[in-house]
Design a protein around this ligand. Sequence first.
Ligand SMILES: *Cc1c(COP(=O)(O)O)cnc(C)c1O
Length: 370
Amino acid sequence: MSDVLSFIPLASPDIREADIQNVVDVLNSGMLIQGQKVMQLEHQFATFANTSHAIAVCNGTATMHMVLKALGIGEGDEVIVPAFSYVATANVVELVGATPIFVDIELATFNINSTLIEQKITSKTKAIIPVHEFGLACNIIEICELAKKHNIYVIEDAACALGAHQNNQKVGSFGIAGSFSLHPRKSITSGEGGIITSNDQALSVKLRQLRNHGIEMVEGKMVFEEAGFNYRLTDIQAALASSQFERIEDTLAYKNELAAVYFTEIKNDKITLPFVPSDRNHSWQTFHVLLDESMDQARVIDKLKQNNIGSNYGAQCIPAQKYYKSKYNLNYKQDYRNAYTAYNQGIALPLYEKLTKSQIQYISKIINSL
Ligand SMILES: *Cc1c(COP(=O)(O)O)cnc(C)c1O
């Protein structure tokens, strides 16, 4: 029972001896950046997502920044993003000087409501960045059809959705590019890190240039094709993630088992459990529940903490954040009602590889007592 008495944090990466050894091998090799381990990690991602390219960079936010830049999206352009996500999804649009256009979410899935997208498309719309929120694939098939009809790009924010799929096609392979994060909150981590998946050859070449100061090697000489970034990933980081990737199927299967324990054990009318549509799967980066209006989010977080359980709100209603609401004068409570509800009534519960089923049972018991 000792495992239920010590504090259970909201998230904690599962770093094993083999992972550590893989990092030590890099340190001993002297080849620290963008070498064999980065290549191996890219190969693992491309194989897993079934894309022809994968490009490793320094974090998840950088992946989307680079893709927008590579697609020539900037000032005067509009990019559609969900109103409820980690704020980085909108920040990258700001970073290239374009305007984020927010669309409300479905409260059942916490994903962008694809039926509300078309009315936001204008002659300035260049791209949609749908998010596979908390690890559940959004209705990416419908979004891609819509984008095709209007001739706009789809960049999937799959930061927390490694392993999610719709109709058995993995996320990251639907849009012109897919963006993954290797932050410690995600299923596998390199500390900081990000991966872009793509089937577009020309875009991939450009991304590799942009990652490394805009350099292209021509006849053995450096040609600076672009004013690029330094968004490289180190081999030290890639080694950590690559080693964890070898057990990705087990990781995802185990997280699915833990989620199943929540579904059987939580019995509280005031708590709505996550909904997974039958044509998709959830990769369970976060187990995010919704409290009913009689409950106070801060109070629940505090009560869980008193019982040695870490929790937090799950993601931001981006239009309600200071920068966005003041810059665009957004009426967030009315126009993004579901995003605002999810932000105020949502709770992320612990779900990661290091947890045991008895710990999930214990958390469920406390949830039932709320
Ligand atoms: C984690 C996350 C990001 C940002 O990834 P970083 O690696 O922290 O930059 C972006 N979007 C979503 C939906 C995320 O969950």
